[in-house]
Design a protein around this ligand. Structure first.
Ligand code: SF4
Length: 238
């Protein structure tokens, strides 16, 4: 089957273990107000077959060493779970690990479960700490993300959770504590990482002619991010 690739980064500083390639798959059902990649929302980009994509990834295998590999990101990569599942078989034959970087806001169908099960690790966005904020700032509820987190716990999959911290919305210790309370019972969670809101993707909204809900908002200051990360680390002790 065909997959739709927005972009490919070789040996990029992407999330996950070791040195990695990143495949950004196009298409996303969410509309996060802070999204810096609105150009990935619609399915499009380069149409490719699993064989071709894995062949391209395999060129970088000498750099991956024991922990590295490829990270499927997006957009929302699990919207193309069937395609990733086909790639996964080929990657396994080639001895290459893959990670999934997801919002988790997808139905846990057979393909999604298989892709999560066989991943080396999963990076899961916990965008907000309650359903109301999820609906307000992403356009979808929190339910599917929590179902995905519960599923990752049930299969014992190493998971890193990430939250974007946005000035004026969730940039306080009281807010961050709400996330840590949600996460702390999950033994699959090996890392909780806060990312600072930034404005580097603003130009894409203008280029696409798409309304930017956070136009005019400032980037999060580094010292605020550092303080909140220390606060979260102390709460979770992971
Ligand atoms: S899930 Fe990611 S790609 Fe999709 S809208 Fe949110 S930030 Fe953008």
């Amino acid at each position: 089957m065909k997959g739709y690739v927005h972009s490919f980064e070789s040996l990029a500083a992407v999330d996950g273990l070791g040195i990695r390639c990143a495949v950004f798959l196009s298409g996303c059902p969410l509309r996060c107000a802070y999204c810096h990649n609105p150009d990935t929302w619609n399915r499009g980009g380069v149409e490719t077959e699993p064989e071709l994509l894995v062949k391209k990834i395999a060129r970088y295998k000498p750099y991956f060493k024991a922990d590295g590999g490829v990270t499927f990101s997006g957009g929302e990569p699990l919207c193309q779970a069937e395609f990733i599942r086909e790639c996964a078989l080929l990657l396994e034959n080639a001895g290459i690990n893959y990670a999934i970087d997801t919002s988790g806001a997808v139905a846990l169908d057979e393909n999604v479960k298989a892709v999560l099960e066989n991943a080396q690790m999963v990076i899961l966005d916990l965008k907000f700490a309650d359903n109301e904020s999820y609906e307000k700032y992403t356009g979808v509820g929190i339910k599917r993300t929590l179902e995905t987190l519960n599923h990752l716990e049930s299969i014992g999959k190493d998971t890193w959770i990430r939250t974007v911290v946005v000035p004026g919305i969730n940039d306080s210790e009281a807010e961050i504590q709400r996330y840590t309370e949600l996460i702390k019972g999950f033994s699959c969670v090996k890392r909780y990482e806060l990312l600072g809101f930034h404005t580097m993707g603003f130009f894409k909204y203008e280029k696409l002619g798409v309304e930017n809900p956070f136009k005019g908002k400032q980037a999060l200051e580094d010292d605020v991010l550092k303080r909140l990360q220390e606060f979260a680390d102390n709460k979770l002790n992971i």
